[in-house]
Design a protein around this ligand. Structure first.
Ligand SMILES: NC(=O)c1ccc[n+]([C@@H]2O[C@H](COP(=O)([O-])OP(=O)(O)OC[C@H]3O[C@@H](n4cnc5c(N)ncnc54)[C@H](O)[C@@H]3O)[C@@H](O)[C@H]2O)c1
Length: 376
């Protein structure tokens, strides 16, 4: 019989630790919760609601597996009360109003959630001043988009013309001044870093107005998807990619005070951007359409203005953390398409399926000798 090989994930730093996730009921937050549970962490979550119906949070039955708080990060007092009750070893702050379109409709709410919400979390940590490693999730949109072709570096100017992007730039500035004023001081027990990643896809996202969820909803109902900008491209990446970066950053920051106050871009592996049409064509293969023409219909060919597309330079994550993304394009498509296909045809044990995908992701990362996974 062969020897059982076990893996050490993220130096085992999360096992039996109290990890607080804000926005744990969301798309990224639910995947992060599932992964941390797999690593034996005690997960605590703060979210104001379950943002979609269905939701990955409910499909995985996560509420029963963690300590769940329904609370609004705009409420400083409540945030402080919960954080002081939990006394977390790690915090991953993801709670946000994350939709650009929504930020045009409700600008003040977006700013309150994304800027003051971040302030309230940091303020609670400052007052508590217990040993804690906090990773604040902002966005690639935090940069002032000057519409050049090159990748943005962590030292480039922050900005953002729409309110969502501006609020993420502002959240970065809040972190920066909290670091310089408080967390950099010798008396502080708190360490923080921010992570800037772009659009993600993967199973279990049901947000409105995102191309992959829109498409999966349509296919599950036997509807054909209409696409207006087939040639538009995005730097597609699987949700587990930035999560592996957040978790590695948490591990590294916990071990190394020199990373305190730093910011990291986390972007996809591939240099190539794929078009919407290519993505849909490839995803449709996972759904086994007898006739691929019945998957989508092109109803326009808007000459797509690539402005707004912003590329990240991820050299710093490679050099300082030894982090890169893991999945190639084909695996990204398979992971995403298979997850939804299993959910809809017929419904399976999605907790097991999700854990299986995480396990496969870990195995692929190990083959590539990623820093965060090693033989025990
Ligand atoms: N999904 C992406 O492609 C993407 C890209 C870049 C950055 N991000 C960032 O990653 C984070 C997570 O994004 P997501 O796609 O999982 O979003 P999501 O909409 O799926 O989840 C958002 C979460 O935040 C919570 N939330 C919202 N407002 C809140 C409030 N006022 N108080 C408490 N909780 C609140 C929701 O309940 C939910 O749990 C966000 O900070 C987002 O800006 C996401």
């Amino acid at each position: 019989m062969g020897k059982m090989v076990t893996n050490t994930l993220f130096g085992n730093v999360y096992a039996n630790k109290k990890v607080l996730i804000t926005g744990h009921t969301g798309f990224k937050g639910s995947w992060l919760t599932a992964w941390l549970l797999r690593m034996g962490a005690q997960v605590y979550g703060i979210s104001k609601d379950v943002p979609t119906q269905p939701s990955l949070f409910e499909v995985l039955g996560l509420q029963q597996r963690i300590t769940h708080y329904t609370a609004d990060v705009r409420n400083a007092e409540t945030v402080q009360k919960i954080i002081h009750e939990v006394r977390p070893n790690f915090v991953f702050h993801l709670a946000a109003q994350p939709i650009v379109l929504e930020s045009y409709k409700n600008p003040a709410d977006t700013i309150a959630t994304n800027v003051m919400g971040t302030t309230n979390v940091l303020e609670a940590l400052r007052v508590l001043n217990l040993q804690c490693t906090a990773i604040v999730i902002t966005s690639d949109k935090c940069y002032d988009n000057v519409e050049w072709l090159w990748g943005y570096k962590e030292t480039d100017a922050l900005g953002g013309k729409d309110v969502y992007s501006g609020s993420k730039g502002a959240a970065e500035l809040v972190c920066k001044c909290y670091y310089h004023s408080f967390f950099s001081k010798p008396t502080s027990q708190v360490r923080i870093a921010t992570a800037r990643a772009g659009n993600v896809i993967g199973g279990g996202d049901w947000a409105i107005n995102r191309i992959v969820p829109d498409c999966m909803r349509a296919w599950s109902e036997g509807r054909i998807v209409e696409i207006r900008s087939p040639q538009a491209t995005r730097p597609w990446q699987h949700v587990l990619e930035p999560l592996s970066g957040y978790l590695l950053l948490g591990q590294a920051l916990h071990a190394n005070a020199a990373l305190n106050g730093e910011n990291f871009n986390l972007g996809p592996k591939t240099e190539r951007s794929y078009t919407v049409q290519t993505i849909l064509q490839d995803l449709s293969q996972c759904w086994h359409f007898a006739n691929p023409q019945s998957a989508y219909k092109i109803i326009g060919d808007v000459a797509f203005h690539e402005a707004g597309l912003l590329k990240l330079n991820c050299d710093k994550a490679l050099l300082a953390l030894n982090w890169t993304a893991t999945l190639d394009y084909k695996t990204l498509i398979d992971f995403t398409g298979d997850w939804y296909y299993q959910f809809y045809n017929p419904k399976q044990d999605m907790f097991a399926c999700t854990m299986k995908q995480i396990e496969t992701y870990e195995e692929l990362a190990k083959q590539q000798q990623q820093q965060w996974i090693q033989n025990a």
